[in-house]
Each structure stands twice: as structure tokens, then as C-alpha cells.
Design a protein around this ligand. Structure first.
Ligand SMILES: O=C(O)CCC(=O)C(=O)O
Ligand SMILES: [Fe+2]
Ligand SMILES: [Zn+2]
Length: 664
């Protein structure tokens, strides 16, 4: 496998396979991560599959890498399925390339992982695109002089009373003042019909003109919010409401520097230093998709070597120090939007949010919409975190797969992160899922998987010896669609072929025994579910968005949801709002929304805030998944409507109803 000697001898079959996989890894890195590998030997290697996102820990990987020489640096980016290692010499990295390519290791969860190594020019965060600012974000240093800074600061009169036209308020964590339009923190929007008299302060006009001329900004703002933060103050992570303001949002830092945190919905956090007299410009993705916020604390963790220069604070623990905060006053200039937002981030765009579809579907179209908004979109968003919680295969399913004759062709319809795809190496297993991100995870694990709809699986009829459908059918929103999903499984089976189906049970206590789901009702921090059944749909919509919510904390919950279901024999009432389930409690309705609390940076790869105050982390966004939980006998009854099948077995397993059927 030595890159320099490849052509000098004939490759064996195993070597060819290895080479194919290695090239595949190279393509995936380039396509998905923009990482360019090189074909000549260097000191640095990208280790595909050996990443924190694949549950491979630093120590574990180091142990393997150090077999080949002295590791100078090992970069393990959060959530990524790869790492980057730099050896002290090229010889050592060549040795690693030659001996560790195709090496099987066992991850933290006991799953086997195969490493594929490729050379890269440099082992650098930057090279991996990890040191980049969020796309569309710029910090322009020294944008105004010290004199202008002084003048601007002196122009703010904080002693005016609240009757003043330019609304001023002391929020919990800072002082604010608005010009042009008032910003309402109760609905996070501006009253577009009620501009404040006086417009922006005169003193800003000439500065804005200068910025426009110099090309620092493209549009003239008509709204200004002045925030003043004393040490210990902050602003919660938020996205400025899309429908309220245009794309470009700029913020001038005065008086003192501060670190602002930007967060991508997938959990990546980028702390950015905003020096005093600098202008932060947020456009595009950084304005629409990433949240920004300032953690309330008295010290910021900054890079010692960089002083107060703008840019990302990396987690390079050898270069971190503390910076005492001073009083920072920011001038945030925005342009009020007069037409709805049509950005390309509909999931976080209030203009593009459909009316709450979270009610019991009355038509097939509504059912589809409900599944799209409360199943497909949610899995796409939570895929990485979801996957990190799905590792232990359930014993009865393993038993089913192990009992199949070797060489069987088995389809896992709704395979999730692929946890069953590698259970029995004697089978040909193929997985499919609606979620591209989950399918990507399967592929990273070297499983065969593709994206499709479980109602239209692109596999020839009668070609499978077996199928499994684990925790999938309960996500279909009408009885007809659930039967259609079962029908599709049967279509794939050859005569004599078997399908194993698991759905979530309404009965979480069976034969006087509580299911594992109920038993895990721990109230420890992190597992505690704070959403109760009286959450309103409006609230739900807010919560469905990752942290787009309030820039100030007060927000009332009005209870418009008094949906009560009578249990298994009662039909759902049309137009009923779907209740939000309280996790780890019994079900009170068959059709419901189950909250998913997205953990930022799941697993061990949390960004460490070495000096941050304890408990200052955001709770993270909450998503809701739609479920139809099955009553006893319901899955069997649905199966019985299918032709050409016989039910071999039906049973209850840990809170699920299960059927094994056979095509006759
Ligand atoms: O203080 C800042 O720079 C940002 C303020 C901000 O994000 C806001 O008011 O929406
Ligand atoms: Fe903001
Ligand atoms: Zn938008």
C-alpha cells in the first residue's frame, strides 16, 4: 500500500479492496468536507472513520497511531468521523499509512471500525475548515477612530426615562435602547407601521455613509439597537427574526472587547473575539442559520498569543488565558424588512414556517405534511445526536437476524444509523432511511444504505429473504399509510420470506412491569423533560426552531391545548391538536408529539469552556417527533388486512408491539 510503490507489484484481492475503500474515503472527504488529500507522503494524515463522531476516543486512537511513531498533534474535530494526525517525521507517517490503512479498531461502543488513511498537506484546523468563521461573517477591525468611539459613547444618554421616544429598558442582563424602530422582545419583532420619530441619531449618519462608501456595508440601515453589557452581562443565543430584518446585520463594539458565540444547529460552536472599535458583519448563513449570543460572565477565555485581535478562539488549551471584561456598548444596525423573508433556511425562517400542522391529519395530504415536518425534518436535524444514543441492538432483533440462513438478502427499511446492518456478517444486508444524514452515518460505517421513502422502496418485488422494520411504522400518520408501509415490506419479500416489525406501544406497562422507557425516568439534569402537555402550538413552533427564540428570557406559555384522549378504543377527534408528550411517562394519546432535546455536540466531544461558569450552557433546542403508538392487537390487525401473509409470532418487547410475518 505504499503510495510510492503501488505500481511496482501486483495487488492482492484484499489490497485492491482496501485501496478501493481508501479512495472512496478520499472522495467522501473532498465532497463532504472539502478536505483535499494528496498522493505523496507528508507528515500529516487524515484518518477516516477514526473520529469523535464515530465514537472513537482520543486515547484509543492515539494508542494505535503511536505504534508507528511519535504523534506531534492529533486534531479531533467535534462530531466528525475523521481525525487528522501529524507525525514528527514523514517516515513515521509513511509507516502509519502503510500499516494502519484498513486497521480494524473497536469504538467506545464496542462496534468495529476500519481506518482509512490518506496524506494531507498540513494537519491544521484551518485546513479542515474548522477555523473558519461561520459563512457570511466578517469582523472588520479598527473601523472607527478612538475619537469617534468616544463621541459615540458619550452620545448615548442612559439617564433618559422610559417615556422617551427612543425606548430604553433595563433587561435582565443588559441595558438597551432603540432608534428608528422599537424592537419588541415579547415577539422578537418590530412594529413596521410605527417607526420611532427622529430616526437614527445624526451622529450615526455620517459614519454609516462612510461604511457604505467603503463597501463595508451594502445597505443603509434604518434601525439601531444599542446594548450595554457590564461584566457579567450577556445576551441569550438567538437568530435575529428573519421577517423583522434584512440580510445584513452589523454590530459595532465600543468600550471593550468581548467574545461572541456563534452556534450552528448541528451543535458546532464558534467563539469569536470582537475587539473594541471593530464591526461585526453578519450576512447569509451566519445571519440566518447560526445563532449568536454572549454568555453572561465576567471573564472571557481568549487566546494568549492573539491579544485582542478579532477571530475565532480555538480550543487550543496550551494557548488560552483569561480576559477581564469591561463595559461594552454595541451599536447594532439593521434594516427593517418590508417583505417576507425568502432565505434558503426554511427550518429557521419564521416567514416560511407553515401554519402549525401539528394537529391530527384529516387528509392524506395533511398526513404527509405532518410526517414531513414532524418526522423527516426532525430526523435530519437530530441525526448525529440521535445516532449517538442508538447503539445497543435489541436482543430479540439480533436473535431474528442471527437465525436467518447465511447468504440471505435482508432489507432494513428505516435503518437509522445502521445499528442492525452489521449484526450478522453472513447476511447481505442493505439499509434505507428517509434521512440523508442517517444514511450518511451508515455509509461512514461502511454499510450499504440509501435514501428512500418506506412507501416506495426501490427494491424489486419478491427479492428479499427477510425484511426488518424497527420503530418506523409508528411514524406514519394515518392507518392507511401504516398499512401501506406494511404492504411495501411484504412486496419486497419472496414467498416464504419473513418480516420482523417493531412499533412503539401505547402500553408502557405490561404484565405489571414497567418498560425500560418508563423505568429510565431519571430526573437528573439533562434527562429531565420540561415540556408538559399544556405547551401551546405557538410555543411548539418557537421550540421547534433551534434557539431562534427570545433575545430576552420572559416568555409566557398560554395553554390552548387541552386535548385529552380516552385511550385505545377512542378515535381521535378531527382537528385535535396533537398533545406533546412528557418523556418517560405513560402515553395518554395514541397520536402525539414526542420532544427531542438536542444535545449540542453529543458525546465526549463537547467544547470545553475551561473557565466558564458552571451551568451556563444553553439547554439546546427541542424538536418534536410525531408518533402513533400502537395498542395491543393493533399491529396484528393491521397485518391481517394484508393478503398473502401469515403471522408467525406476535409479542411485546420492552414497550414495543412486535410481529414476525411470513409471505405465503
Ligand atoms: O451586542 C451585540 O453585538 C449584539 C446584539 C444583538 O445580537 C441583538 O441585539 O440582536
Ligand atoms: Fe442579534
Ligand atoms: Zn428567512
Amino acid at each position: 500500500m505504499d503510495s510510492n510503490h503501488q505500481s511496482n507489484y501486483k495487488l492482492s484481492k484484499t489490497e485492491k479492496k482496501l485501496l478501493r475503500k481508501q479512495i472512496k474515503a478520499r472522495h467522501t472527504l473532498l465532497r463532504h468536507e472539502g478536505i483535499e488529500t494528496v498522493s505523496y507522503a507528508t507528515q500529516s494524515l487524515i484518518v477516516a472513520n477514526g473520529g469523535l463522531g464515530n465514537q472513537v476516543s482520543r486515547n484509543q486512537l492515539l494508542l494505535v497511531l503511536e505504534e508507528c511513531g511519535l504523534v506531534d498533534a492529533l486534531l479531533m474535530p467535534p462530531n466528525k468521523p475523521y481525525s487528522c494526525v501529524r507525525y514528527t517525521t514523514v517516515e513515521e507517517s509513511k509507516k502509519a499509512y502503510d500499516t494502519l490503512n484498513g486497521r480494524e479498531i473497536v469504538d467506545d461502543l464496542g462496534q468495529k471500525i476500519i481506518l482509512y488513511l490518506n496524506f494531507v498537506e498540513k494537519a491544521q484546523w484551518k485546513e479542515l475548515g474548522l477555523q473558519a468563521l461561520p459563512p457570511g461573517l466578517k469582523v472588520i477591525e479598527e473601523i472607527i477612530s478612538s475619537e469617534d468611539e468616544k463621541m459615540l459613547l458619550e452620545s448615548v444618554n442612559w439617564t433618559e426615562d422610559t417615556d422617551n421616544q427612543n425606548f430604553q429598558k433595563s433587561l435582565k442582563h443588559r441595558r438597551v435602547k432603540h432608534f428608528g424602530y422599537e424592537f419588541h422582545y415579547d415577539n422578537n419583532n418590530v412594529d413596521k407601521d410605527k417607526p420611532l420619530p427622529g430616526g437614527l441619531p445624526d451622529i450615526c449618519e455620517s459614519i454609516l455613509e462612510k461604511w457604505l462608501k467603503a463597501g463595508f456595508i451594502k445597505h443603509k440601515p434604518d434601525q439601531l439597537t444599542i446594548n450595554q453589557y457590564e461584566p457579567g452581562h450577556g445576551i441569550p443565543a438567538h437568530i435575529d427574526t428573519h421577517s423583522a430584518f434584512e440580510d445584513e446585520i452589523v454590530s459595532l463594539s465600543l468600550g471593550s472587547e468581548i467574545v461572541m458565540d456563534f452556534k450552528h444547529p448541528d451543535g458546532m460552536t464558534v467563539p469569536v473575539m470582537l475587539p473594541r472599535r471593530s464591526l461585526l458583519v453578519m450576512t447569509g448563513e451566519s445571519r440566518y442559520l447560526w445563532t449568536h449570543g454572549i454568555t453572561p460572565r465576567k471573564f472571557d477565555t481568549v487566546q494568549a498569543s492573539k491579544g485582542h485581535k478579532s477571530g475565532i478562539i480555538t480550543s487550543d488549551v496550551e494557548d488560552l488565558t483569561l480576559n477581564k471584561r469591561g463595559i461594552r456598548t454595541s451599536f447594532t444596525f439593521r434594516k427593517v424588512r418590508q417583505t417576507p423573508c425568502n432565505c434558503s433556511y426554511p427550518l429557521v425562517c419564521d416567514s416560511q414556517m407553515k401554519e402549525a400542522p401539528a394537529s391530527f391529519p384529516e387528509s392524506d395530504k395533511q398526513a404527509l405534511q405532518l410526517e414531513q415536518d414532524y418526522v423527516h425534518r426532525v430526523y435530519e436535524e437530530i441525526a448525529r445526536h440521535f445516532s449517538s444514543t442508538r447503539h445497543t441492538p435489541w436482543p430479540h432483533i439480533v436473535e431474528f437476524l442471527k437465525a436467518l440462513p447465511s447468504g440471505s438478502l435482508v432489507a432494513d427499511i428505516g435503518c437509522g444509523n445502521g445499528k442492525y446492518l452489521g449484526i450478522n456478517k453472513e447476511l447481505y444486508m442493505i439499509g434505507c432511511d428517509h434521512s440523508q444524514n442517517l444514511v450518511d452515518i451508515c455509509r461512514e460505517r461502511q454499510y450499504e444504505a440509501f435514501v428512500c421513502d418506506a412507501l416506495a422502496v426501490p427494491i424489486r418485488s419478491g427479492s428479499c429473504d427477510a425484511c426488518i422494520s424497527i420503530a418506523v411504522i409508528h411514524h406514519f400518520a394515518t392507518a392507511e399509510r401504516r398499512v401501506a408501509a406494511l404492504q411495501e415490506l411484504v412486496r419486497l419479500l419472496r414467498p416464504g420470506g419473513k418480516a420482523l416489525i417493531y412499533v412503539w406501544a401505547m402500553e408502557q406497562e405490561y404484565n405489571k412491569k414497567k418498560s425500560k422507557y418508563l423505568r429510565e425516568n431519571r430526573t437528573s439534569q439533562g434527562l429531565k423533560e420540561e415540556i408538559s402537555n399544556d405547551t401551546s402550538v405557538q410555543e411548539l413552533l418557537v421550540k421547534q426552531l433551534p434557539n431562534v427564540g427570545n433575545q430576552d428570557s420572559a416568555h409566557s406559555v398560554s395553554s390552548i391545548n387541552d386535548f385529552q384522549d380516552g385511550g385505545c378504543n377512542s378515535r381521535n377527534v378531527a382537528n385535535s391538536k396533537l398533545p406533546i408528550h412528557t418523556n418517560r411517562t405513560s402515553f395518554h394519546s395514541q397520536d402525539l408529539l414526542v420532544p427531542w432535546h438536542l444535545k449540542e455536540n453529543p458525546g465526549k466531544d463537547k467544547r470545553v469552556e475551561p473557565f466558564g461558569p458552571l451551568g451556563s450552557r444553553d439547554p439546546g433546542p427541542v424538536f418534536h417527533r410525531y408518533y402513533h403508538v400502537f395498542c395491543e392487537g393493533e399491529l396484528e390487525a393491521a397485518c391481517q388486512t394484508l393478503s398473502n401473509i401469515s403471522i408467525l409470532q406476535s409479542y411485546y418487547d420492552q414497550g414495543n408491539w412486535c410481529v414476525i410475518l411470513q409471505k405465503v
